[in-house]
Write a protein that binds this ligand. Sequence first.
Ligand code: AMP
Ligand code: GLY
Length: 429
Amino acid sequence: MNNQKHILLLGSGGREHAFAWKLSRSPRCAKLFIAPGNTGTALCGQNVPLNPLDFSAIEHFVLENQINMVVVGPEEPLVNGIWDYFQEREQLKEIPVIGPSKAGAQMEGSKAWSKKFMQRHLIPTANYREFTSDNLEEGVQYLLHHSLPIVLKADGLAAGKGVVICQTHAEAIQEFREMLGGKFGTSGHRVVVEEFLSGIEFSVFVLTDGKTYKILPEAKDYKRIGEGDTGPNTGGMGAISPVPFVDDTLWQKVETRIIQPTVAGLRKEKIVYKGFIFIGLIRVNGEPFVIEYNCRMGDPETEVVLPRLKNDLVMLLDNCARGTLGRVNIRADQRAAATIFLVSGGYPGPYEKGKIIRGWENIVGSTVFHAGTTTNELGQLVTAGGRVMALTSLGKDIPSAVRQSKQNAHVIDYEGKNYRKDIGEDLFA
Ligand code: AMP
Ligand code: GLY
């Protein structure tokens, strides 16, 4: 068996830079290509200008470059069936794709499907009903009698924008009609109407080979643009790991009531799943409920989870692909990790790009994970997206890890730089 891996990693965000950073540290990583990658991933391997959704271009690249492991960062290739594409082709089917089959990716690709899955396996989640344009008027009646606030979810992928929490019945009915009317394209042709759960959220990451599973360090992300969790949602302004309120009692409940029935349920339903399951959870009166499943790792959570993972990631993924995860023990750094995202001025609204980024080469004590950066014609690093770069630090506890990232956030400079200075503070208030 070939232990040296030629790896193709798909994606281009901060998550993928963290993956590339961790994969490239493995002695088993002989070659690493990232498609399409970013300025940061180019420091860990070779970027290749391929679209992760163009499966036939990926097929050619994989065969030409003797790739023997494909790691999928974002959800879209998985929901579109990249795993199945490889399985259906003689020359590709022995090459492991880390990520679920198309059937498994429905965990994220269809909210209605994942709610039904949870019902079938008695996994705690908010009560719900689903509607399409066929029973729109019944949906309106249902909304009128629903307690407030009301959570509406477009069934399909909607680039993180498909969940709307409505404070009034009028708002809910309008949003509901707009979703079914095509506001999110076909993603909203089915809408899940869900009971609002009030509590504190956290995220759990599981790697499964379809038989057994391993739990990675948990994390909590900060989604809102403003300090004190105010203002509009973003792709993520920061994250911390571990999560102090997730004690042994809560872990026990999460593992027995959620993780075990999820993995067992996939297996019972003969859904092939060899990859990461990201479970978004909420603690309500001490009890965990599932808010959502994702069929991939989180961003920016990966930027704190992988720095705390002591295992060789290539070996871990190889065991996942071979169905031998049971042999592995997960080892986590006992230190805490924090990441702070530097974003462009104006984000998540309109913002300017092309601002020269200074000071990033001299960062000491934090790891810089690039997301929205590029180099200009003079070779200078410039901003190229809303979320620019994440600064991850390890520390004896969360406040000291955050302090380290904040010091470095201060050192890096570009016009319009913005970041949250309160990451993790809510946990110690
Ligand atoms: P997204 O990451 O776009 O799927 O948005 C999901 C976010 O909406 C979660 O992180 C929660 O903050 C919120 N959310 C989703 N479902 C519920 C629910 N049933 N009760 C309360 N908040 C929810
Ligand atoms: N941080 C949330 C996500 O990756 O979906």
